[in-house]
Design a protein around this ligand. Structure first.
Ligand code: CUA
Length: 159
């Protein structure tokens, strides 16, 4: 019995399997980006955690309508989101700028593939265009304390 040939055959099968899985992974990633839009979180700058609530854009959480669409200045805090309700119209790009005045939180937008971490000291930027009216719950996906499971917000997309 030729053990060497058997081992080589297994190796070839595993190499082929690995390469196929890489192609599947690239294909799935491309499919998600094409079907859902590119919602990969980007760096949006840094902030002084101790001043998030008192100074700068994030001290006044709000939705700003711009010529291109909307800019949302949002806070994720223990335990909720500001603005508590974000209202935008469908078909216009929404730039979410999100930071935290305390600990790390999540910003998962139900029904979308938006799911960034919100890290104190940093601004997370996510751009998305909603294509139909809907109400999306914002859910915290990072354990942040006793009220974590009750930490919700809301994005209302209007026609
Ligand atoms: Cu905020 Cu969990």
């Amino acid at each position: 019995m030729d053990n060497h040939a058997t081992v080589e055959r297994y190796e070839r099968v595993w190499l082929a399997f690995g390469m196929v899985m890489i192609l599947v992974f690239i294909g799935l990633t491309a499919y998600i980006v094409i079907s859902h839009g590119n919602t990969i979180p980007r760096a949006g700058g840094v902030v002084d955690v101790s001043k998030v609530r008192s100074e700068g854009e994030f001290a006044n959480p709000r939705v700003v309508e711009t010529a291109e669409g909307y800019t949302v200045y949002a806070q994720a805090f223990t335990y909720g989101y500001l603005p508590a309700e974000i209202r935008v119209k469908q078909g216009k790009p929404v730039t979410f700028l999100i930071t935290s005045p305390d600990v790390q939180h999540g910003f998962y937008l139900e029904g979308t593939n938006i799911n960034p971490q919100i890290v104190p000291g940093y601004v997370t930027k996510v751009v998305h265009t909603f294509d139909k009216p809907a109400t999306h719950r914002i859910v915290c996906n990072e354990y942040c304390g006793i009220g974590h499971a009750a930490m919700f917000g809301k994005v209302v997309v209007e026609k």
